[in-house]
Structures are given as C-alpha cells and as structure tokens.
Design a protein around this ligand. Structure first.
Ligand code: PMP
Length: 340
C-alpha cells in the first residue's frame, strides 16, 4: 500500500466511470472523469499542486508567504489545503453568490475569506478580482496565482488531466466535453488530446449570462448577467481560455444544469456539483454527432458543496426549478411502506 508524504501527493489519478442511465437515450457512450475524487474535492487540486511545484522549483515559498487568490471556491479550497500543509497563510476572495459550504470549507483550513459582491463589473474596485489584486499588492510576501490569466493553469491540465484521460480511454475518444470557468481545464486537456489525435472534438459548455459563447461564435462580448450555476462562465474575457483548441461551445441554462446534476446523483450515484450537470447536459446535446462514439465528460466538483442549494428540494422549488419536492425513490418508499 502506498503511503504519501502529504495529502498534496494524493491529487490526481481520478477514476473514470461509464454513464449507464443518464445517457440511455443517446447514441454515444459517455464516460465521466470524476474530479470530485481529488482530496480537496475538485479539479482545482491539480492546478494548485502544479503551481506549488513551480514555486518550489523557483524557491519562491518562504515561511512568510501568503497565497492570495480570487476563486469561485474550489481553487480557494485547494490553496487552503496546500497552505495548511505548508504552514503558510492564505487569503481568498469569493463572489457572494457562491455556496456557504464553500466559504465554510476554506475557513475550516484557516483561510481568511473575503466575500465580494457578485453583481458588479469585473474592474469595479469591490469585485472579487480587484479585491484579490489589491490584497496581494498590499500584503508582504503575497503570491497571487491569478488563475484567470496564468498560463500555468492550462499547463497543469496538459501535464496531468489530459494524459490521464488519454490513458484511461486507451486513446479511443471522439469528444471531450467540459465546462469553462477560467478555461484552464478545457485549454490544457484540449491541447493534449488534439496533439495525440487531431480528430478529437473539444466542446465547451457555457452558462447563459456568461461571455464565452458569444465571443466564440460571434467574436463579440455580450453583456453578462448573474446566473446560479457556480464555477463556470465568466463576465469578462479571461486569458487562460485557448479558443484555438475548442471546436464548439454549447450554452446551458441553470435549470438544465441542476436537473442533470441531480440525475447524476440519483441515477449514477455520482455526488457532483452543478457545473458537472452542465457539462453532462452539453454532452447529451452533442451526442448525436458521435453515433457509436465515445465522449468523455469532466465532472469538476462535489455535490457536498451544494447540499443547501440545488441538491435541496426546497431550494429548487423556491427558485422555480422544480414544481414540488421529489420523494425518496419508489424502492425506498416501498421499503418504508412495507415496514409500517
Ligand atoms: N466547475 C467548477 C465547480 C469550478 O469551480 C470550476 C473552476 N472555476 C470549473 C468548473 C471550471 O474549470 P476551469 O476554471 O478549469 O475552466
């Protein structure tokens, strides 16, 4: 049995699982890459492990280092975990639409979390981007990874996520479907897969309200608006996205994202987040293009972070995504009825 020197070494090598029920109606096989199996709970552990390796090579980390980052909560969690292991400081700014679970998780590691308004322009002084930049400038010993504009972001996925997917599929893959947040995952994995086999299609999923879809299809920046799904979409054009490795971008709404994620939980046993539902919904939309083919969908994070949101029936009803709370499964209901 393998023993690691720290939890950071347990990042990566995540399982890939065949989707059996949710994909029943489509003509392609779908495989899910389970990034919520990373120790910090998301795909972002990979970025942070890669960053730390680079910082260590450069001798940049000292006992006085403070990691400062803007995050929708997953990069922040991964940095918090790393800071705990290394005994250094961590400050994360996060928009106020993100779940309380994500904020609590970072605070549990000892991180200072600054909650910023969601509905402000990216360049407004109170935005979570501006606040992180300012805190980094004002904090002695600060390192600001700036994941939205850092080429190491995509490089992390080129180095680990891409090769794992290639190996797990034995190179038999027709399409890769992935949500776009910073764009690090799709850019790094997309580049790796296309270098191995240029016929692989790379398809991004972008929530309604984000700017990537219109930028990709029409070359113009649309006016962003707030949406509920967390971790994907952006309100300005970030540098980490490499459009040259993306073949198509599909637009998804909140309700489709949440309902599909809930199906992944209930029908596949995959306790995943809303952006996982968005990516899977995108894969179901494009599956007709790959009859008899194989699609890999990346599931970025865990449903544990959304138990008070879209995985809560009352929340879904309150936000108009469900007409009524869903009961337990018929099998579970029958068991209770039998016991009464
Ligand atoms: N889903 C979730 C839940 C995320 O937190 C993120 C990261 N923002 C993504 C998807 C998108 O990943 P990336 O930043 O690599 O595009």
């Amino acid at each position: 049995m393998k023993v690691y020197d720290s939890i950071l070494e347990a990042v990566g090598d995540t399982p890939m699982v065949r989707i059996r029920s949710v994909s029943k109606q489509v003509p392609a096989e779908i495989f899910a890459k389970l990034e919520f199996m990373n120790p910090g709970g998301s795909v972002k552990d990979r970025l942070v492990r890669y960053l730390l390796e680079r910082y260590d090579e450069a001798g940049a980390l000292t006992p006085d280092t403070v990691l400062v980052e803007n995050s929708s909560g997953n990069t922040g969690a991964a940095l918090s975990m790393a800071a705990a292991v290394r005994g250094i400081g961590c400050v994360v700014t996060i928009p106020d639409k993100m779940s309380t679970e994500k904020i609590a998780r970072m605070r549990a590691f000892g991180t200072r979390v600054v909650v910023a308004p969601t509905a402000v322009a990216a360049d407004a002084p109170e935005s979570y981007y501006s606040q992180a930049r300012r805190i980094a400038e004002e904090t002695p010993g600060a390192i600001y990874p700036d994941q939205y504009n850092n080429p190491l972001n995509a490089a992390a996925h080129y180095a680990s996520t891409g090769p794992e997917i290639w190996e797990q599929t034995g190179g038999r893959i027709d399409a890769f479907v992935c949500g776009i947040g910073t764009g690090g995952t799709i850019s790094g994995v997309g580049r790796y897969l296309k270098e191995r086999d240029p016929s692989i299609r790379v398809i991004g999923v972008d929530p309604e309200g984000s700017v990537f879809h219109d930028q990709f299809h029409h070359g113009r920046l649309s006016t962003p608006h707030v949406y509920q799904v967390e971790g994907i979409g952006e309100d300005y054009l970030v540098e980490a996205v490499d459009f040259s490795v993306i073949d198509d971008i599909i637009r998804v709404d909140d309700r489709s994202s949440f309902l599909t994620a809930r199906r992944l939980v209930r029908e596949e046993g995959l306790l995943c987040g809303g952006s996982s539902g968005a990516a899977m919904w995108g894969a179901l939309q494009v599956a007709d293009r790959f009859p008899g083919g194989r699609i890999v969908v990346l599931l970025p994070d865990s449903g544990n972070m959304y138990l008070s949101k879209f995985l809560d029936d009352d929340w879904m009803v309150r936000h108009g995504h469900l007409a009524a709370p869903t009961a337990a499964t018929p099998q579970a209901m029958a068991a209770v009825a039998g016991a009464e």
